[in-house]
Design a protein around this ligand. Sequence first.
Ligand code: FES
Length: 132
Amino acid sequence: MYIVSNLVKVTIPNYLASLPIPDSVGGWFRLGVRDWLALIPPTVVVGGISYYSYQTIKKAREAGDGTINPAVRKDINKVVDFIDIEDITEKVSLCRCWRSKNWPYCDGAHGAHNKATGDNIGPIVVRHKEKK
Ligand code: FES
């Protein structure tokens, strides 16, 4: 525990105090090459932490609240669809991403979802073997 305590209370504050951060805006223009080089490591660390935090928050927002269906027939308890196989002329693409505005059929909305989330969802294509 001493190591962590010393790191937080002594080492990091001393390191930050030693950084050549000017007291005024004009001071930034008077920094030398060594000063700028000294500022690179903490800038990289802060930038990395910021970027990682942004990505984490972005993914959490895109993941939503854990529900799969964001908008399809939210007024009923369970969405169930029936399609008679005889009604399929050749083939039909059925949505699996729950983002289609033409539910239960795929309208390509999975593309935007995949792009935004890095997912790889696509429709299920049901083909009529005899009418193929
Ligand atoms: S729109 Fe949902 S799978 Fe294509």
